[in-house]
Design a protein around this ligand. Structure first.
Ligand SMILES: Cc1ncc(COP(=O)(O)O)c(C=O)c1O
Length: 371
């Protein structure tokens, strides 16, 4: 009997998470120089991170023999101040991915169900399945989240509902007033998990106030990450905001010291550099608009996006991604989401967008020649 035969059936059934391929990996496979490769596949910040983060990490270098602060005191207090909540309402974690896992382990089991909008971040279904719970997909409407259908799908077995706005991989935004109504309408026995991973990219006037929602609904967890606008994806740090009792439950399941010392000091420094985050938001919006224009010129459809990526309608998505990769441009196929005809492209620096467009034009020109 192989080892895999003894693994739990519901674990074996989990679809593997398909990450964006690392630059070095693609360089090795296709014999390309890493410096010539453009990675616009994982919704990272192309501007890097705040220079204050580098300073904080350098200062930390001599103290790495010590375990990090288990309670993440500095980070927790900085986050509480930044969000206008009490420190007890903040739980730092190793990325929002860790929080998704904690939620599943604390609130799901066989016989319970998590509601997941169609075309949502793949980690939700993986987490639900990992504990033997049902992940119930609710169909989207024109690729956007159908809030009424989510409400209709709730049963007494539903204990968790995941909702991201802007959503990945579609980029769609739920109107703040509609989301407010949803927060109030969702039955109280369901833990609503609002995934704010891309919220800082939203124009302030359109941004949902998830902290205000916390004041109205107890059974609500807000997840945020430092991986996106703050540019710390490589360090793995995010946090949850919620009721202290709810966070206390999640904390019991957390791997001790899951938030490394580097992640803690970097996050504190990143949070303080509001100018960097604001510049990232503005430049992302400008470059997203430019990419949108270039796509329109080429007759390529895409969904309106409030995030740092666009979902393009390209025909055979995985095949195009492969052709682009051979030219040193890494983008993200989304067939794992049932979006075989689409491709997700992160908003890069202008030069990266240009490389993508040039590679795209070359693939299309080669295809025309074949015909
Ligand atoms: C919607 C959404 N939530 C959460 C995450 C995970 O972020 P983290 O790096 O904090 O684990 C991502 C990452 O792509 C995401 O797209």
């Amino acid at each position: 009997m192989s080892k895999i035969d003894t693994a739990l059936p519901h674990v074996r059934a989990i679809p593997p998470y398909p990450p964006g391929r690392p630059i070095d990996d693609v360089a090795r496979e296709f014999g390309l120089a890493p410096a010539t490769i453009v990675k616009i596949a994982s919704n990272e910040n192309p501007l890097g991170c705040s220079p204050k983060v580098s300073q904080a990490l350098t200062a930390l270098a001599s103290g790495v023999n010590l375990y990090p602060d288990f309670d993440c005191y500095e980070l927790t207090h900085a986050l509480a101040a930044a969000n206008g909540v009490e420190p007890a309402q903040v739980l730092p974690a190793a990325g929002s991915s860790e929080i998704i896992q904690l939620v599943a382990r604390a609130f799901l089991e066989p016989g319970r169900a998590a509601i997941i909008p169609q075309y949502s971040f793949q980690a939700y279904i993986g987490a639900a399945m990992s504990v033997g719970a049902q992940g119930l997909f609710v169909p989207a409407q024109d690729f956007a989240v159908d809030l009424d259908a989510l409400l209709d799908a709730v049963t007494e077995r539903t204990t968790v509902l995941f909702l991201a706005s802007p959503n990945n991989p579609t980029g769609t935004l739920i109107a703040p007033d509609a989301l407010d109504r949803f927060v109030d309408a969702l039955p109280e026995h369901v833990l609503l998990v609002i995934d704010d991973a891309y919220c800082e990219y939203v124009e302030p006037a359109l941004r949902f106030d998830s902290v205000a929602a916390l004041r109205r609904r107890r059974n609500l967890l807000v997840m945020r990450t430092f991986s996106k606008i703050h540019g710390l994806a490589g360090l793995r740090v995010g946090y949850a905001l919620g009721d202290p009792d709810l966070l206390g439950v999640l904390r019991r399941l957390q791997v001790p010291f899951s938030v490394s010392a580097a992640a803690q000091v970097a996050a504190v420094a990143a949070l303080a550099d509001t100018a960097f985050a604001e510049r990232s938001r503005i430049e992302n919006a400008q470059e997203r608009a430019r990419l949108a224009l270039e796509l329109t010129r080429r007759d390529i459809a895409f969904l309106p996006s409030a995030g740092n990526f666009l979902l393009l309608h390209v025909g055979a998505g995985a095949e195009l991604a492969d052709r682009l990769m051979r030219q040193g441009v890494i983008v993200r196929p989304v067939d794992g989401y049932g979006l075989q005809e689409w491709l997700r492209v992160s908003i890069g620096l202008p030069a990266e967008t240009d490389r993508f467009l040039a590679a795209l034009d070359e693939v299309h020109a080669a295809a025309r020649q074949k015909v």
